[in-house]
Design a protein around this ligand. Structure first.
Ligand SMILES: [Fe+2]
Length: 442
């Protein structure tokens, strides 16, 4: 830190708003990587994130299993816009603005359901499930030049999916989702390979909570294994007391030596040998004696279908995967799909779903949901402690003028291809991408 701090010494006192080239500072010679705390508190920076990141990146909207049947819909705010994610009457998946073309009111005020169409409560215009205008009271008053076809709901300029994870993009010229996902596809494949038919589904029910912290802090936290040993000491102790071997191998802060990986385009992941227990893994005592036979059978199916090596990859490793900018898939003792959106620089809304193979039995599903609730759930072992840590950091950023820098230099003395999960190389990946996009915009 010394080199960069010395260089910026004159500016740290009474520091004013920096320009975009100074938000993220990297000095490879000095093994230093610093992020200026203004990026967590500035309204102007958040506005730029809306204009650039959330408008030109692929943003997760939902999973195909949530809208299985024609007419099924979910409404949610995505990239700051009210959206309808639905399957139209012909079976095509749609992502449309939930905005009446007439005066802008919501045309669907339900969170989810099955509909034959959408109805604007303001003046009564109605729309088909494909977004086209069906009718409205007294439309003839617009005269013969009224073009009904151009008065439908606005479709997201781009809607694509990878293995049933649907994303939208408001930039019509964006690269394909497949190109965008880059190395993240390999890790999505590992998640989906848990299902014998390759079909995963969102389990009904949603966790929603607010965190009084900047949205980017949850990106960092989701993959920051350095914090586990302190922030999650309660959980570590619980695991030890449950008979899980939590002894640390040499050189590790944690019971395993995992990796932090750069997957390209700002995506990143942890890639760890399993120590948390996975419903698909070798039997681990944390699931209880009665689960042993069932879990052994799941593993046998994986080996028969995928071969020993791939089965081990699926069953004996876990990962927290960040799809840039705001989707996290935590594939550990359960699969949590976690999406978060800024409300203001110091506040985000988090939505989480449990994901599981469609073939699961009731007992397997119960085990999965138990894990979903007890670790990453808002009342689980991990999340309340994480929320407290993130909110504490956000509090600290009020002193950004006097204490301007976050340090993300762990592991920088090594190759960026050789980073532990407790290093910060994978987190630097996020920040480099963030910086590139924000600078291009500037
Ligand atoms: Fe955590």
């Amino acid at each position: 830190m010394e080199a960069i701090m010395a260089e910026n010494k004159g500016r740290t006192k009474g520091e004013t708003m920096r320009n975009s080239s100074e938000w993220v500072l990297e000095d490879r010679g000095a093994d230093q990587f610093l992020v200026n705390r203004q990026v967590f508190i500035s309204d102007d920076i958040l506005q730029k994130e809306w204009d650039v990141i959330f408008r030109t990146c692929w943003i997760y909207i939902g999973h195909g299993s949530e809208i299985r049947n024609p007419g099924d819909f979910r409404t949610r705010k995505v990239a700051g816009r009210q959206m309808i994610f639905c399957r139209d009457k012909d079976g095509a998946v749609r992502a449309m603005l939930n905005v009446c073309p007439h005066r802008g009111a919501l045309v669907c005020r339900e969170r989810e359901g099955n509909a034959r169409g959408f109805f604007c409560m303001y003046h009564g215009w109605t729309f088909q499930t494909d977004g086209s205008l069906r009718s409205g009271p007294g439309l003839d008053a617009y005269g013969p030049k009224f073009d009904k076809a151009s008065h439908g709901l606005v479709q997201a300029p781009r809607l694509e999916h990878y293995r049933d994870f649907y994303f939208i993009n408001f930039d019509p010229n964006a690269v394909s989702l497949s190109d965008y996902l880059a190395g993240a596809k390999e890790y999505i494949d590992i998640v989906v390979d848990q299902s014998p038919s390759g079909q995963m589904e969102i389990v009904s029910g949603t966790q929603e909570y607010d965190i009084k912290a900047n949205w980017k802090l949850l990106v960092e936290n989701s993959v920051d294994d350095y914090h586990i040993i302190t922030t999650h000491s309660t959980w570590i102790n619980y695991m030890s007391n449950s008979g899980v071997d939590m002894r640390r191998p040499k050189g590790s802060l944690l019971p395993s030596l995992g990796a932090g990986k750069n997957l390209g385009n700002g995506h990143l992941t942890t890639d760890n040998p399993n120590y948390r227990g996975r419903p698909v893994a070798r039997w681990i005592s944390v699931y209880g004696e009665e689960a042993k036979e069932d879990i052994d059978n799941i593993r046998a199916e994986l080996v028969a279908r995928l071969g020993e090596a791939r089965a081990a990859r699926v069953a004996d490793t876990n990962r927290n995967l960040v799809i840039f900018p705001n989707l996290v898939i935590n594939d550990g003792s359960s699969v949590t799909v976690r999406n978060f959106t800024p409300v203001s620089p110091g506040l985000m809304k988090v939505t989480s779903w449990a994901l599981g193979p469609v073939e699961e039995t009731e007992a397997q599903r119960a085990r999965r949901l138990h894990a979903f609730l007890t670790f990453y759930g808002p009342g689980g072992f991990a999340t309340p402690d994480d929320v407290a840590a993130l909110e504490a950091a956000q509090e600290g950023y009020a002193a950004w003028r006097e204490a301007p820098w976050n340090d993300l230099s762990r592991g920088m003395y090594k190759s960026e291809d050789d980073q532990l999960d407790t290093d910060e190389g994978h987190i630097r990946t996020f920040w480099r991408r963030w910086k590139d996009l924000m600078e291009t915009a500037a």
